[in-house]
Design a binder for this molecule. Sequence first.
Ligand SMILES: *Cc1c(COP(=O)(O)O)cnc(C)c1O
Length: 410
Amino acid sequence: MQIQPFKGRIWLSSPTMHGEEMEYMRQAYETNWMSTVGANIDAVEQITCEKLGCKYAVALSSGTAALHMAVRYAGIRLYGEPKAHHGSLKGRKVFCSDMTFDASVNPVAYEGGEAVFIDTEYDTWNMDPKALERAFELYPEVQLVVVAHLYGTPAKMDRIREICDRHDALIVEDAAESLGASYQGKQTGTLGEYGIISFNGNKIITGSSGGMFVTDEKEAADKVRKWSTQSRDNAPWYQHSELGYNYRMSNVIAGVVRGQYPHLEEHIEQKRAIYERYQEGLKDLPVRMNPCDIRQGTPNYWLSCMIIDEQAMGVQKRAENTASYTDTHGKSCPTEILEVLAELNAEGRPIWKPMHMQPMYQGNAFVKAFKEDQDVGADIFARGVCLPSDNKLAAEQQEIIIDVIHRCFE
Ligand SMILES: *Cc1c(COP(=O)(O)O)cnc(C)c1O
């Protein structure tokens, strides 16, 4: 295939600055509030509460740190203070989304817990409520569920909520990728007891890094605020009666987030336009886009992905760390598409490899919707691919990408 590469690299999803970020960073600098205290932090916490419609938000150093605090708080609420600084989930199982980024589930391990992975559904590419239901039959003692909204499309939170309520389980919602997406009129992150968002460089808005813990429970917000600043007691000296963490957001980072927030809707619109152009441009191929036309939710269109129809899948071999394929007439596969995108100087990526297929989680249980049913996560991983979805991707560049994908199927 003859390919003329783009002069500048086209990214999967990269930061897009607007100017206000610099002003808020400058204010932090000029007033010497170069610390984990300051006006930008207060402002981004307040803006987050307003945007999401939640009572409390605590600004932290990353989405992963926010997940750690959420999972730790849930563990202590459920099972009490851990003995001798053990994790709060020692010896406990936690149900987790399977097709997600590993930062979703690592905090369960930080707290000594054991993730049980719940298979994915084709409808939303998120946790399958039927599989969750089945997991509660297998492990009725479980009381905590960590659910992610992959690629900005909300999970079926009404079903998941109802199942969790019936089993007295708490929900930690990983809305790292889905800021601005909503379900039944509520923002993702506010549908569980505790939620998190991320401001990592590849997310819909960014602080270069950073994260936020959100909740309606004052006690939880106060605790996370305390833990994230080394658990200092109110005493004349450094005194600590609990394990502490250095997880607070910097006032400089908060300045970037503060400058980005007014552009959230604009970024969502840009991502939606990209998604719709792919949908239109690829409709004559044996592929489908990731689910965005969902019944009760509005996605934020963070990443555009496609999945190749079974009968149009060429032969692709994936080992632990390598991938190869055989060029087949009329067919293609994610490995071929990613290779061709790379030649074009555009960044694609495989679907996030499901947790139950990760070497580090080999020993963990994995629950499918029906005993003998297929492994949905493994199937989407095999046939799916994330397409370049950067805000700055121009329509003409996207036409070239769409054309090159067509040529993969010739
Ligand atoms: C990015 C991401 C995280 C982690 O957020 P960081 O801010 O990078 O720590 C967690 N879960 C999911 C699903 C993510 O995409």
